[in-house]
Design a protein around this ligand. Sequence first.
Ligand code: ADP
Ligand code: MG
Length: 489
Amino acid sequence: MSENKNHSAQRMNIEAAKRIVGTVRTTLGPMGMDKMMVDGGGNVIVTNDGATILRELDSAHPAAKMIVEVSKMQEANCHDGTTSSVVLAGQLLANAEALFDKGLHPNVINKGYIHAMNESRAFLDSFSAPLNKEALTDIARTAITGKSLEASEEQVAQLCVDTINAVGDVGKVRMLAAPGGSLSDSYLFSGVVVNKDLLGQEDIAESSPVLLLNSGLEEEQQKANMQVQVDATSYSSVKNADRQHLLDAAKKVVAAKPKVVFVRDGVHDTVVSYLRKAGIAVCRRLPESTMKRLSSELGAEIYHSPEDDMVCQLGEIERREYNDVVYLFVAGEQGGEATLVLFGATQSTLDEVQRGFDDALGVVSLVANGDSTVYGGGVAYLMTAMHLRENASTIGGRAQMAIESFADALESIPGTIAENAGHDALDTILAMRHAGGAMGPDVENGGIVCMKELGVREPKSLVRSAITSATEVATAILRIDDVIGRRGE
Ligand code: ADP
Ligand code: MG
């Protein structure tokens, strides 16, 4: 056992963690900057999204990788708040280092941190602002401030709210990003967009019977590839049997009287032309996820392979062309699926637009599904910190020092937001503590301003989850007292 009074393993890990946190720190808040990342092949990503930056970062240090995990955890839980969670984890670690210097053992620090985390969660849970539908646009607007979406802020916020109102949950929303055009042309389509064209049949009537098939309209791969020694006559009889089989399948499709057939697998060209003669268009080789969405939108069964008495469902199918690519827009009677059609100048700006939408849809979805809201700009973190300090004094001893350090770390959120806007972090924190209430950093003018009046709000669980994931990872890093190389597998 290497008993190390200086905690050198921890210090080394903290250094690595702080370095990686430093790369995303300056992106936090409405005045945060973007990062440009370039890989060996010269591919460029420009983003403001903490999780994306960390995912793309090429960091080999194990502690740095654990920090990347924080942002992934936060993204999976809430879609937004990734930079905050990472900045918080970094600050918890930096403050732990200062506590080592004062003679605190990592175990004591961890105990204090975990106590503080639980206390913070309980404190946040005691808030329960009732759901206010108007708050939804504030929530969306807060999530996109400082992002590339800000140019069309009002419209984007409204689009996010409409989308979640239409489908209920962010998990049901898909995005179609079409390069060319302007962000302000983006719209919500209630239905499924298939990015393939139809074979046969140029014009589709507004409402057409649709059939969904998993497979069964091509020659069986195995047979086609099988290497067997057969004479010419038995080979052609195998071939003919195959043809006959395909023809039977095609006849079953025709009997169901669809206008359009969506197929998961391939469709043999002879079948395509056979169906075309019967006035049936085919869309083949669709991803399974698209088939499932079509099924739920249309309320249609997916047949494993053609069978007798298949039933079609009506769907409105429209071909729309963006930037020389044809898409099929499919809306069914059952409904419930939604696709956001997003426009942007280039693929890379569109990628960032999509990340912004993902954040905003995520937070709106949380609140629409019952999460309460807190003031943004780091106000909720600061209020939690003030509560923790009151609570710490009743505990006393060394644990109290760790809890106070935890509270300081929470205040680094409003501090960093102010700092990234070119204002003084400490002055802002002191002014916020003094004023209390909804006063948060005034990023435009410096000093403080009322977050309630500005409509800067975020879901409570965003803050709760950032605190939880940051603490879990920081304490995990503090528990490591030795880093040992291990044999590669
Ligand atoms: P994250 O990845 O953590 O979401 P962001 O760069 O999106 O990082 O910044 C989010 C922070 O910015 C939140 O704390 C949010 O409340 C705050 N914020 C958003 N708009 C404003 C504003 N107008 N004034 C002050 N803070 C704001
Ligand atoms: Mg954000």
